[in-house]
Design a protein around this ligand. Structure first.
Ligand SMILES: CC(=O)N[C@H]1[C@@H](OP(=O)(O)OP(=O)(O)OC[C@H]2O[C@@H](n3ccc(=O)[nH]c3=O)[C@H](O)[C@@H]2O)O[C@H](CO)[C@@H](O)[C@@H]1O
Ligand SMILES: C=C(OP(=O)(O)O)C(=O)O
Length: 418
């Protein structure tokens, strides 16, 4: 298993270019199954989860042509499979989008319960509620989800919890349903809007994505198109936090600053300087940093996928701050690893209290999940001495060329391939 070795104490300086958004790409790839023509997706991040999903489509019978590491052409005309029960499908959270896409195309689907980061129970009851409202019969037995419908018919659907996955999945199933679906209490994340924009370009009729009411009027046919994935809000936020933590000066390029507002606001509240450009943000780390309180919330609130790197930054700040995790019930596992480095963090249920100004010292850390891995890398960048981050399989699901990007910014980091 690969490891990262980081020698701490080098401020990050220079420019970093952000890749396409993981969580948008993972909705766009299955969406191509609904098209009756060829789709070309640009700016796909070259990361494990995206490559895994592209391969899954290939195994389903799609013709997949890679123009380069980030552009892929899909022709799904010959796809006939609606059952994907292999291990790769099981490993990914986003494989749940096959339910919406395959129901939309074949009115039938069989897949394993999805995997992804172990950060809580992660039920899919709201997805199922949506599919059932559209007329599908859904069963979940022995870890296998089966769904089938004679016909999908648009319906009003109210989500009991704001769920990114359920919002996108229901859009995928509803775009070719008969009649109108009105989805209320929908998620407003940028990747929800990205998937809706892509589906509309393919011929769908979706209005209101980005608000909490999405209206989907079913269409009979969808055609091919070319589309460019939006920049990754979470990757951008990770480098912004790393720049502030190392007291560096980094221009984070190829971003949509509007998507980063909750992160920029917190970094400024802590004392970092943020300069916004049209498609870039510059982060200048300052001393001293002030402790803050953060609560993770659905967009446009502070993203749950960035509370872990923020916890490391709060270890650098003066005073005591808190992070309240309101989305997932078990997303503080990384704290045990930070404590090994000398961090003073007390977790009580959904909240972590962080006493700052504690010196972190390098040691061997295990990346328990994707964003835990990002937090550990940032901890390694600021710690005294050498930090070794193991279990990179999680980190590699979500960050493109992380060590290359950090090396270019002046970090002392190497990947040992075992
Ligand atoms: C592949 C992908 O895009 N993953 C993202 C997606 O995960 P994911 O789609 O799993 O997250 P959701 O937005 O669905 O989950 C939000 C909350 O709703 C709950 N819930 C969700 C669905 C459901 O049917 N029932 C239910 O109770 C979840 O347990 C969680 O407490 O959004 C999360 C929240 O922004 C991000 O952290 C993940 O990176
Ligand atoms: C939780 C995440 O990913 P996934 O939903 O794919 O497990 C994440 O991207 O932080």
């Amino acid at each position: 298993m690969d490891r990262l070795i980081i020698e701490g104490g080098h401020p990050l300086n220079g420019e970093v270019t952000i890749a396409g958004a993981k969580n948008a790409a993972l909705g766009l790839i299955p969406a191509v199954i609904l098209s009756e023509g060829v789709c070309r997706l640009e700016n796909l991040p070259n990361i494990k989860d995206v490559n895994r999903f592209i391969d899954i489509l290939g195994r389903m019978g799609a013709k997949v042509e890679r123009e380069n590491g980030n552009t892929v052409i899909f022709d799904t005309e010959n796809v006939e499979k609606f059952e994907m029960l292999d291990d790769e499908t099981k490993k990914m959270r986003a494989s749940y989008y096959l339910i919406g896409a395959l129901l939309g195309r074949f009115k039938k689907v069989v897949i394993p319960f999805p995997g992804g980061c172990n950060i809580g129970v992660r039920p899919i009851d709201q997805h199922i509620k949506g599919f059932e409202a559209l007329g599908a019969k859904v069963s979940l037995e022995h870890g296998i989800i089966s769904a089938e419908a004679d016909e999908l018919i648009g319906a009003p659907i109210y989500l009991d919890v704001v769920s990114v996955g359920a919002t996108i999945n229901i859009m995928l199933a509803a775009v070719k349903a008969k009649g109108v679906t009105v989805l209320e209490n929908a998620a407003k994340e940028p990747h929800v809007v990205d998937v809706a924009n892509f589906l509309n370009l393919m011929g769908a009729n979706i209005k209101g994505a980005g608000t909490d009411v999405i209206k989907i009027t079913g269409v009979q046919k969808m055609h091919g198109c070319e589309y460019m994935v939006i920049p990754d809000q979470i990757e951008a936020g990770t480098y912004m936090i790393a720049a502030a933590a190392t007291k560096g000066d980094v221009l984070v390029k190829n971003v949509i600053p509007k998507h980063l507002e909750s992160i920029s606001a917190k970094l400024m509240e802590m004392g970092a300087e943020i300069i916004e450009h049209d498609d870039a943000v510059r982060v200048i780390g300052k001393e001293p940093l002030k402790a803050v309180n953060i609560k993770t919330l659905p967009y446009p609130g502070f993203p749950t996928d960035l509370q872990q790197p923020m916890a490391v930054l709060m270890c650098m700040a003066e005073g005591t701050g808190t992070i309240t995790e309101s989305i997932f019930e078990n997303r503080f596992k990384y704290v045990d690893e930070l404590i090994k480095m000398g961090a003073e963090i007390l977790v009580n249920g959904r909240a972590a209290m962080i006493n700052g100004r504690k010196k972190l010292s390098g040691t061997t850390l295990s990346a328990t999940d994707l964003r835990a891995g990002a937090a550990m890398v940032i901890a390694g960048l600021v710690a005294d001495g050498k930090t070794e981050v193991t279990e990179l399989k999680h980190l590699d699901r979500g960050y493109e060329n992380m060590e290359r990007k950090l090396l270019d910014l002046g970090a002392n980091i190497i990947r040992i391939r075992d």
